[in-house]
Write a protein that binds this ligand. Structure first.
Ligand SMILES: [Zn+2]
Length: 276
């Protein structure tokens, strides 16, 4: 049985308003027992928590995205800290730096990221990192943080580089610091040669898969709203790039997700916390 984890899907977004429950059910039916729903601020992290309470196969992350960094005040940090104490909270995220859109000033992005990293250390949670055109600042910052954390959390990875878009050498730098590299469903797009090369070259033990739903649908569904059931398209592309069976990619990436997020090692039914 092919079992896959979608390590990043924004199912609380408005794009899923009409059929959110069906989307989660379709994922389960497609062999995706677990979906990780990250927040980008306090409100979306709270919405992610509600989804995790509603669906046995959904877990969530709480944090401040670099776009929202300018809103990350003391009350926001308190709200995120509170959410992280929930049993369905598996990570601090998504957090990071984005100098491409620059929706928040650089200094505020750096301050919010440092605050979120402190929360991760305080709560013993891994981090989900977003980075766009900011690796020159991010790599030294995460290098120092990784060293301060001993390179892992009780022998587990420190976090994941979500929607990784850099080259192989940079990916290896993050791997060496204790981060996994997440391969997005856009790996199926004809122009994603660099990402395919990263996915083909890195050790299989360093890879996760994600849809980042509703963004970036795989080639087979290009132009549509992305959804977790389609994570299999990313797995197929990685298998093809590495010339290995789909099964091997599926079992390795699922095992990696369970190393990063130990809650996923239990069966979704066991984790059911439905309040609805
Ligand atoms: Zn995201």
């Amino acid at each position: 049985v092919t079992e896959l984890v979608d390590s990043h899907a924004h199912l609380q977004e408005a794009e899923f308003e009409g059929d959110r429950d069906d989307v989660v059910r379709r994922a389960g039916a497609a062999g995706v027992p677990w979906v990780v729903v990250p927040g980008v601020d306090a409100a979306t992290s709270e919405a992610a928590r509600r989804l995790a309470e509603r669906h046995a196969g959904v877990v969530f992350a709480a944090g401040y995205h670099p776009h929202e960094a300018r809103h990350c005040d003391a009350a926001a940090v308190a709200a995120v800290r509170e959410l992280l104490s929930h049993p369905g909270a598996v990570a601090v995220g998504e957090i990071g730096l984005d100098y491409y859109r620059m929706h928040s000033p650089r200094e505020e992005q750096l301050a919010a990221l440092e605050t979120m990293l402190r929360l991760a250390a305080e709560t013993g949670k891994p981090v989900i990192i977003h980075c766009r055109e900011a690796h020159d600042d991010l790599l030294p910052l995460l290098t120092a943080w990784s060293h301060s954390q001993g390179g892992g959390i009780d022998g587990r990875p420190l976090g994941v580089m979500h929607y990784y878009s850099g080259d192989t050498a940079l990916a290896e730098s993050y791997l060496n610091l204790g981060f996994l590299i997440s391969v997005h469903t856009s790996v199926t797009h004809p122009n994603s040669e660099r990402l395919r090369s990263v996915a083909a070259t890195l050790p299989l033990g360093g890879l996760l898969l994600e849809t980042d739903s509703p963004y970036g649908a795989p080639q087979a569904h290009r132009g549509k709203r992305n959804e977790p059931a389609w994570i299999v398209e990313a797995a197929k592309a990685v298998a093809q790039a590495r010339a290995m069976p789909l099964e091997e990619v599926a079992s390795a990436t699922t095992a990696n997700a369970r190393r990063l997020f130990p809650t996923l090692a239990t069966a979704p039914a066991m984790a059911a916390r439905a309040s609805s």
